[in-house]
Write a protein that binds this ligand. Structure first.
Ligand code: FNR
Length: 359
């Protein structure tokens, strides 16, 4: 029975082609950061309050103008057609049904226009389901501009700019497995260049990109911009100074620089650095409702999940992702009830304890 994220992982791994299972689970180098993300959540303890009369618990949030029925967003992940024929359409329908935000990866195998079309009217009260678009800034600014326009015209309500990838992280599992390219018949729909007769460009991750590109982006779009992958407090402060609207505090699930600290450990420092000026969404290692409570109590406005969505997609397509989102919502609600909280707003750091050892 699929009752937990771990159940999805275990069953998906038995079904999946081991090459794809490695692609999802793996990370950079020794995968120290991959493991750290989950371990750091497990190390933290929750100290509940009692007798709070919290029969009603509100789970909905609004981040940068986008409403969601739960604070658990779908972080951008590439290549969903590797797992199910419908690819990102299945994921997007499940996210819409759960009333949460899907961040469409620039490396998706379905175009953002088609994802938006498939979920039109599936949001709250028949509104469009909330979609954000993740972007790797390309040194070819005109091409980047065309991607921003596509995402905007498709109705995306925020841009998530991934900045932890000046070069690609070394995924040794993929290298050993020889998984270097998409199989025939699949392509990254956002890299098809109309000016070059439909040629598919490789996704450029370029060390040329700097803060001046963020300033440029700020100048060409009025959509909220979130920076994904800035983990140093000084960069968090710079982000605010450069007019960025939010942070997605992420170490790319340990897939870029190995040995970066767990995101949940970085959160208090980043929260202090931005001092409430912009919201923080955190991803990396979120596997339980209690993890969500810990992140929100330490200052995040929402969390993102990456691998769990891929496992659920591999396991059961749209239905699998729906079930995953349901179970995490149920776990979150139960954890809030047991913490004496009346919802996801107003959680405070005193709920979270890091056990000191030795005592
Ligand atoms: C990712 N991630 C990612 N990030 C991004 O900005 N663009 C992308 O295209 C992808 N693609 C991608 C593929 C796969 C298979 C994984 C596992 C991850 C990173 C992702 O957005 C997120 O930061 C992490 O996955 C969060 O950690 P967890 O939830 O996987 O522990």
């Amino acid at each position: 029975m699929l009752m937990t994220v771990q159940d999805f992982e275990t069953t998906a791994r038995t079904r999946l082609d081991p090459v794809y299972a490695d692609f999802i689970a793996g990370g950079a180098g020794d995968e120290i950061t991959v493991r750290a993300n989950e371990e750091a959540f497990r190390r933290l303890r929750l100290l509940p309050r009692v007798l709070r009369g919290n029969a009603e618990r509100a789970l909905d949030i609004t981040v940068l103008g986008s409403r969601a029925r739960t604070p658990i967003l779908l972080s951008p992940t590439a290549f969903h057609k590797l797992l199910v024929e419908e690819g990102e359409l299945a994921t997007a329908r499940a996210a819409a049904a759960a009333g949460t935000i899907m961040i469409v990866s620039m490396a998706s195998t379905v175009a953002v226009e088609d994802i938006a079309e498939a979920t039109r009217g599936a949001g709250e009260g028949g509104d469009p389901a909330p979609l954000w678009f993740q972007l790797y800034l390309q040194p070819d600014l005109e091409f980047t501009r065309s991607l921003v326009r596509r995402a905007t015209d498709a109705g995306c309500t925020a841009l998530v700019v991934t900045v932890d990838s000046p070069v690609r992280g070394a995924h040794e599992r993929d290298l050993r497995n020889g998984f270097l390219d998409l199989p025939d018949g699949l392509r990254c729909e956002h890299m098809v260049d109309p000016c070059e007769g439909g040629r598919v460009r490789p996704i450029a991750m370029s060390p040329e990109i700097s803060w001046t590109h963020i300033d440029w982006l700020r100048g060409i779009t009025s959509l909220p911009i979130l920076l994904k992958g800035a983990v140093h407090p000084e960069d968090a402060r710079l982000a605010v100074r450069h007019g960025v609207d939010g942070l997605l505090l992420s170490n790319h699930g340990g897939r870029q620089l190995d040995t970066v600290p767990a995101t949940i450990e970085l959160l208090p420092e980043i929260h202090a650095a931005v001092a409430g000026r912009i919201p923080i969404v955190l991803d990396g290692g979120v596997r339980r409702g209690t993890d969500v409570v810990k992140a929100l109590a330490l200052g995040a406005s929402a969390v993102g999940i990456g691998r769990p969505v891929m496992w659920a997609l591999a396991e059961g397509g749209e239905k699998g992702v729906r079930r995953l989102l349901e179970l995490l919502r149920e776990e979150l609600d139960q954890a809030l009830a047991l913490c004496g909280a009346s919802g996801v707003q107003g959680l405070t750091p005193d709920l979270v304890r890091a056990p000191a050892w030795p005592p």
